[in-house]
Design a binder for this molecule. Structure first.
Ligand SMILES: NC(=O)c1ccc[n+]([C@@H]2O[C@H](COP(=O)([O-])OP(=O)(O)OC[C@H]3O[C@@H](n4cnc5c(N)ncnc54)[C@H](O)[C@@H]3O)[C@@H](O)[C@H]2O)c1
Length: 351
């Protein structure tokens, strides 16, 4: 990965205490960026943020994305040139329990971020991270960027709203100057995720406790991908935005290859195989609606950014399980050096 334009620049990452934000912050730090983070304290125990001791590597600030004054003051003080906005309530099932909070964090939080960008003249590139779930998804076909936005559950709808806010700010306030894009990736996996109701963390928790893994929807299809694949896409896009601000200020999909549609049961079985033992079975009871199939078409990123996934889905599972096996089974495990060496090995595979 090219160190340009990150080396020596100030990069704000919101959501740096979360799973994707921790991987991204470490990667940016290792590319030579001065990383400023803004998010709530980690809400899982353990957390990747703590395991990596990220607060000793980057300039970490704890605060609510809905606190406009605090966010704007931080940006005025630190003057970032590049912004990645990941802070969000990212869970579908929690969004059914807390719909209002989900909309306020994901929509109003994004508007607050865009307002702060508007008031901070140092910002040249801004990326808002949304999701593959922002599309209206009546038939589970593979979505292109221009497809209709939608979302049935509150999480998906709140991210579609965030997309509309981004498009509105881009057209209204940033026709010149700030290059504002939005990025939509699939279900990411990788070491160090401990969120509730996500397949890999649920799987690892069950396997290390010698319990069977319970799957809510074994037949649902998701665009599974290793966290490093979309992050590499975000970094590549940011570099392009830096070089030609207006040419890349739009929405982008970063999904796995179109042949890589795996069911939840297939991923669970691959985890069990990589772990070396264990079982899974269907969870009893009724569960809130989740889309049966989600697919992303990333032709645009392939053609215009020369981005493509470097890991296939089974490699992604293997790499993730290796990380968790180290964490749970190796008393000498060092999360920082394992995560770093996975990033370096990944970079060596990039064209
Ligand atoms: N993990 C996935 O499979 C996936 C897939 C598609 C999109 N995404 C998106 O990627 C982003 C990161 O997701 P993740 O998997 O790392 O989630 P995560 O839950 O691990 O991290 C969420 C981050 O947002 C922060 N946050 C939450 N509420 C906040 C608030 N009110 N104020 C400030 N910060 C707040 C948390 O502190 C944390 O740093 C999210 O925008 C999510 O919607 C994730």
């Amino acid at each position: 990965m090219s160190r340009r334009p990150f080396s020596g620049r100030t990069v704000l990452v919101t959501g740096h205490t979360g799973f994707k934000g921790s991987w991204l912050s470490l990667w940016l730090h290792d590319l030579g960026a001065h990383v400023v983070g803004y998010a709530l304290a980690p809400n899982t125990r353990p957390s990747l943020f703590k395991a990596l001791k990220l607060d000793s590597l980057i300039d970490s600030h704890l605060g609510d994305i809905r606190d406009q004054r605090r966010l704007s003051a931080l940006m005025r003080r630190t003057r970032p040139q590049i912004v990645f906005h990941l802070a969000a309530q990212p869970l579908v099932r929690r969004s059914y329990e807390e719909p209002s909070q989900t909309f306020s964090v994901n929509l109003q939080g994004t508007v607050n971020l865009l307002e702060a960008v508007r008031q901070t003249s140092s910002v040249r590139v801004c990326q808002v991270i949304t999701t593959d779930k922002c599309y209206e998804n009546p038939d589970g076909r593979s979505h292109r960027e221009e497809d209709r936005l939608g979302g049935r559950d509150p999480y998906s709808a709140s991210k579609a709203c965030a997309e509309l806010a981004v498009a509105s700010y881009r057209n209204s306030f940033f026709p010149q100057g700030v290059s504002l894009s939005s990025v939509r990736a699939g279900n990411v996996i990788g070491g160090g995720d401990w969120a509730q109701d996500r397949l890999l963390p649920d799987c690892m928790r069950a396997l290390c406790r010698h319990k069977p893994l319970l799957l809510r929807n074994p037949r649902s299809v998701r665009p599974w991908q290793h966290v490093l694949d979309p992050l590499a896409g975000y970094l590549r896009l940011a570099a392009k935005q830096w070089a030609r601000p207006q040419a890349f200020a739009e929405a982008w999909n970063f999904g796995p290859s179109s042949s890589a549609s795996f069911t939840t049961a297939q991923i669970a079985q691959a985890c069990v195989t990589a772990w070396g033992r264990g079982t899974w079975r269907q969870a009893p009871g009724k569960h809130p609606h989740e889309s049966a199939a989600l697919r992303l078409n990333s032709t645009k990123a392939r053609r215009r950014l020369s981005w493509r996934p470097a890991l296939n889905t089974l490699e992604a599972v293997l790499l993730s399980v290796q990380w968790y096996k180290g964490y749970y089974l190796d008393p000498g495990f060092d999360a920082l050096s394992c995560t770093r060496s996975q990033i370096q090995a990944y970079e060596a595979r990039l064209p």
